[in-house]
Design a protein. Sequence first.
Length: 112
Amino acid sequence: MIKAIFDLNDKKVDVLIQDHAGAGENGHDLVCASASTLTYTIIQNVSDYRQYGFFRKPPKVTTRDGYASIICYPKRKCRETVLDMFRVIERGFQLLQHNYPDNVEVKSFGNA
């Protein structure tokens, strides 16, 4: 089961995504492919936002098979923009959870 845990405090915004969906054969699992697309999207957005100067210090992005950790430290004036981007990805994971509750679990902001 894929677990996506979104969290924030006054200094950082982060998400931890781990495990596999187990909804199909390796390489043919549409739930896992969907989660991977959301994960790659947030990583690319974080990279773009870094180039735009949205962060106080460099984000920490760690990926490996079945695991992604994205931790961002937005500047105060950019916090809502960064948080909105995380919320869009969070909503995507919530939709996956709704449609595939045996394969995806989401801990949303404030409920982690």
